[in-house]
Design a protein around this ligand. Structure first.
Ligand SMILES: Cc1cc2nc3c(=O)[nH]c(=O)nc-3n(C[C@H](O)[C@H](O)[C@H](O)COP(=O)(O)OP(=O)(O)OC[C@H]3O[C@@H](n4cnc5c(N)ncnc54)[C@H](O)[C@@H]3O)c2cc1C
Length: 421
């Protein structure tokens, strides 16, 4: 496929945009591949891309039961950051952020990565101290992070509620300048196009219904488009992880499926040029403004297990009141759209990029609220793990058996109570 360039835009513009090629091929599935990736979300597509690009493994199929990006990859609030605290997460998320920084050039596709900064507000001395610990740890690990006083926050985001009798009085904030947002559809389409260009078959409307094993080893999958064989199968199915894990014989994983909602308002003139967030005992809220002007925001998970991709009203009102706490001006805007995605909540809040006890079967899951930012890093590390049958140094702690060993990476997990996140 031809490269996108300024020249191709001008040429196709002059021709009435009638001659653009398909962004990716639409092949029929072959009988067998070297590697099958289940799940055509960002993580599955990124894995296929890096298998081909970094490891020369191009005989790969991505099997997606719906359409690309129809899962969480196309439903999230697009925040990208690397302000993690625990060993196991810090290096991984920073690696992912570095990949984001060159992703549009690498994929030859504008993923609209915008390093507009991520501002974490605090309202109490205890929150300040907890965040100081986190941001100091980041700096010791070579990750950028700045502490802002209340006046500095006010200068940066004048529309917040700085009243001294505000319900939550803003004391200051912590900023990661290199963090920001990206356009989720573009990320999925960019990885799909680049993977397809390298020879990966992307098969949509192809649900994996079961696994085929021989002598305890995975040798393929049954799908709604027939049997497809492969020596290696990687699962990247987010909210459907538990369902497929049972079919594969992995039993109960330390993962629960929960709904997380997102909200988008009517478009406004430029109003907010950074990502604003608060959490830790004062509710949970994050907001940014999209390039089309809509305010994009969200809060906590709905709090009970479900596979419905729509949210409940109590969380809707909870998120609205969180918004009003810090930005009363938002009370005058209309919410245009709302939806939910199914989160693969791990019990310690950290992910798995891992081999499994079944030879030939690999697991990518447990992303909780935070898998969008991980997309390139996750694909990069999962591809390495599949290609070498061993984790990379960066994901060596993100193993499934850490729960058996009792070595949890308790980033923000609340043990067996994900609803308490
Ligand atoms: C409302 C919301 C807001 C969020 N906000 C953020 C944020 O701001 N920042 C951030 O970093 N993260 C955020 N996240 C989390 C992030 O979106 C996810 O962690 C990430 O997108 C997961 O990507 P994925 O590719 O693993 O999953 P998905 O995109 O869900 O992909 C999994 C795919 O597997 C497919 N599948 C399932 N079962 C099968 C089967 N049997 N056969 C074939 N295909 C199958 C599904 O159809 C789906 O397309 C948010 C999530 C939601 C829902």
């Amino acid at each position: 496929m031809k490269r996108y360039s300024a020249f191709s835009i001008i040429k196709n513009g002059l021709a009435g945009h009638k001659h653009w090629e398909r962004a990716w091929r639409d092949p029929k599935p072959k009988k067998a591949y070297d590697v099958i990736i289940i799940g055509g979300g960002g993580h599955g597509l990124a894995t296929a891309y890096y298998l081909a690009k970094n490891h020369g493994i191009t005989n790969v199929a991505v099997l997606e039961k719906g359409w690309l990006g129809g899962g969480n990859a196309g439903r999230n609030t697009t925040i990208v950051r690397s302000n993690y605290f625990r060993e196991g997460n810090t290096a991984f998320y920073e690696h992912s952020l570095k990949l984001w920084e060159g992703l549009s050039q690498d994929l030859n596709y504008n993923v609209m990565f915008s390093q507009r900064g991520h501002l974490n507000l605090y309202f109490t001395p205890a929150q300040r101290d907890a965040l100081a610990r986190r941001y100091n740890t980041m700096r010791l690990n070579g990750i950028d992070g700045d502490w802002l006083t209340r006046d500095q926050v006010r200068k940066m985001v004048p529309h917040l509620n700085y009243a001294e009798d505000a319900r939550y009085e803003i004391m200051g904030g912590y900023l990661q300048k290199r963090a920001g947002t990206a356009r989720h559809d573009a990320v999925n389409w960019g990885f799909a196009r680049a993977a397809s260009n390298l020879g990966v078959d992307i098969i949509q409307q192809c649900e994996v219904t079961d696994f085929i094993t021989k002598a305890g080893r995975i040798v393929g999958v049954n799908t709604t488009k027939g049997e497809i064989r492969a020596e290696k199968v990687g699962m990247a199915v987010a909210g459907s992880t538990s369902l497929l894990a049972h079919k594969a014989g992995l039993g109960n994983l330390p993962i629960e499926s929960h709904k997380l909602q997102a909200f988008v308002s009517e478009p406004l003139k430029p109003f907010l040029d950074t990502v604003v967030v608060y959490a830790n005992g004062h509710g949970h809220f994050y907001i940014s403004q999209s390039d089309k002007g809509g305010m994009v925001f969200g809060g906590n998970i709905d709090g009970y297990n479900s596979y419905a991709q729509k949210g409940n009203l109590p969380i809707y009102t909870d998120v609205a009141s969180c918004a009003m706490n810090i930005m009363p001006a938002l009370g005058r805007i209309k919410v245009l759209r709302q939806w939910a995605g199914i989160m693969d909540m791990s019990m310690d809040g950290s992910p798995f990029i891992s081999k499994t006890k079944i030879p030939g079967l690999y697991l990518n899951a447990g992303w909780c609220y935070g898998g969008f930012k991980a997309t390139p890093g996750s694909g990069w590390c999962f591809a390495h793990t599949i290609a070498h049958d061993a984790p990379h140094e960066i994901n060596k702690l993100l193993t499934l058996d850490r729960f058996e060993a009792g070595i949890h990476i308790d980033e923000s997990g609340h043990g067996p109570f994900p609803k308490a996140h």
